[in-house]
Design a protein. Structure first.
Length: 256
């Protein structure tokens, strides 16, 4: 048999030991998800990891296969997200592996103060994602139309070209202002907010104007969703597309 390490999915803060009956299977080839009790309301979700599949050399080989990494990431997140109803869930990075349960628990003890700080920050909160794209054609069609020029043909042509350039600049300025105002309104309903500088997700419908994460108290989730829905309908009339995703564990807010 291959030697085994301890794979860590997440640290959970909960008033009582979480239940496991519906926990997803986890990464391929690993043992079932189990919990280690770290004391003081902290639990660590782990699984036995065969090192012939998840040792350092095997992972380094696997990192060259994007499909393999993607399957592992989806399985990892499924386990993390199965604990979303607990007080706080602190996701660990993909492929966090220790040589034994004792080493994993020693790491938690060493990081206990930081873990406790983060757990207090995100307790009873969930992450929501907002992305905004711009359909330039629809936005231009929705913009106020200017009167046709009555200048001679040559001058009219130059005037139209300048007007087109000015319209592009104006549209860009208006889009930035619109997105900034939207971000501020959503941030006001959140405890924390963060713009993501880049995204690995495909963008459909036009350029990506906003990719942001919001840490929202569970008690405000309904009002946050309602606000996002109203904003989406309003923006759609002007050529913007808003997508709301969540709730998620606080992936974007667990780093110091």
């Amino acid at each position: 048999m291959s030697p085994k390490g301890t794979y860590v999915y997440c640290v959970i803060a909960a008033a009582r030991r979480p239940r496991l009956p519906r926990t997803p299977r986890g990464l391929p080839g690993m043992g079932p998800v189990r919990l280690l009790d770290a004391g003081d309301g902290l639990f660590v979700a782990v699984a036995d990891a065969p090192l012939n599949q998840y040792g350092e050399a095997a992972i380094n080989r696997g990192l060259t296969d994007l499909d393999w990494v993607s399957r592992a990431a989806v399985a990892h997140e499924a386990v993390v997200e199965s604990f979303i109803k607990e007080t706080a869930v602190l996701p660990m990075k993909l492929f966090t592996i220790f040589t034994s349960d004792d080493r994993a628990m020693a790491h938690v003890r060493t990081e206990r103060r930081r873990i406790a700080t983060v757990a207090r920050r995100v307790a009873d909160h969930q992450e929501w994602g907002v992305r905004v794209v711009l359909d330039r054609a629809r936005a231009a069609a929705a913009a106020p139309k200017k009167k046709a020029s009555t200048l001679p043909t040559g001058a009219a042509y130059l005037t139209r070209k300048k007007a087109q350039r000015d319209a592009v600049v104006e549209l860009g300025t208006h889009a930035r202002e619109t997105v900034a105002a939207l971000y501020d309104r959503l941030e006001a309903r959140s405890r924390l907010a963060k713009r993501r500088m880049g995204s690995e997700l495909p963008v459909h419908g036009g350029p990506l104007l906003l990719d942001a994460a919001f840490l929202v108290p569970r008690a405000r989730a309904t009002s946050f969703q309602a606000l996002a829905s109203r904003e989406s309908r309003s923006l759609a009339r002007h050529g913007y597309g808003l997508t709301l995703t969540g709730p998620w564990p606080p992936y974007s807010f667990v780093q110091d």
